[in-house]
Design a binder for this molecule. Sequence first.
Ligand SMILES: Nc1ncnc2c1ncn2[C@@H]1O[C@H](COP(=O)(O)OP(=O)(O)O)[C@@H](O)[C@H]1O
Ligand SMILES: [Mg+2]
Length: 349
Amino acid sequence: MLVNPRFIALLLAFFISAVTTTFLSFVEDTTETVLFVAGISSFGVAFFVIMYAIEILVYREVTKMHETIQRLQLKDFNVPRKSIVKANNPFKKLNQDIFVYVAKKQREIDELKKLEIFRREFLADVSHELKTPIFAAQGFIHTLIDGAIDDPNVRDKFLQKAAKSLDGLDALVKDLMALSQLETGEIKMQLQPTDLRLLTLEICEQLEQKALARQVTLKIKPDKLAHVWVKADPQRMNQVMTNLIDNAIKYGHQNGKVIVHFEEEKKHFTVSVRDNGPGIHEDDLPRIFERFYRVEKSRSREKGGTGLGLAIVKHILNAHGSKIGVSSKLEKGTNFTFSLEKVNDKNTA
Ligand SMILES: Nc1ncnc2c1ncn2[C@@H]1O[C@H](COP(=O)(O)OP(=O)(O)O)[C@@H](O)[C@H]1O
Ligand SMILES: [Mg+2]
């Protein structure tokens, strides 16, 4: 609909002049010339006065408000200039703009609220996680000072326990730092041709004792693949593979099996780390990548876990442009998979 000040003024002026001439026509001795002049002049005066009033009092102010909202939109949301609605009716324009602006601001507020809750929870989690090993070490050391130091058996046991708690604290702080550096982008991935098979072999050798202690067999398959050249940061991939294999050993069954499987595809290698352990319940499955989420809190801590391993794994793989997937069946086992870009000629990656 065409609603602009000129149209409204024209309409109202026409109405006023019609009323004026109608009234005048009832007055005796009014000639047609007088009616005509009165009609024209009332129309002209009414038109300019109404036009001026609308222009000055309403239209300009509304247009100014509309321009302010547009400026805010451009500044706050980087909305492309083209996408801003062009309507003739300034009230409609203003209404639309305010609606869009408020909706976007609301979304921003919701996002900030979510972040604030997340930050608060994270702080509470970190404090709790730090407190546990500190209190434990503190307890052992105080007991020693209070006299237990004189008994050589108790002394060694308590010192070892205090040292274990402090090792846990060290691992936790290291993981927290790694996570924060990954999030702030401080750690940049040094992508280079990396033989993931060789890297996995080295990790398996490092974890051999741990696997032996639980009588877990570690295998890399298939045998025919001598090298798995991928474009990756070797140091970070070491963290990823170590955590996945370490998890599979410690959360799998005693006497269990852990298999690292590589599958060659056109442009990628798909890597999977499988175990035949107790598996993860489907309710827990989507949450295991959250910081400090553990299926069994006490069991994980007792095994020396910080609860940050999989969060770090997820971050590192995301930084490689990949994604970690997991599938698990209770009493059958768990399978973690991800893909990495293949390097055909390892010197040109
Ligand atoms: N292979 C697995 N089998 C069963 N549960 C697992 C496996 N891998 C991870 N989990 C569960 O996911 C949780 C998070 O793993 P992670 O982030 O590496 O923490 P952590 O190893 O420090 O406990 C573990 O506490 C464990 O409950
Ligand atoms: Mg772990």
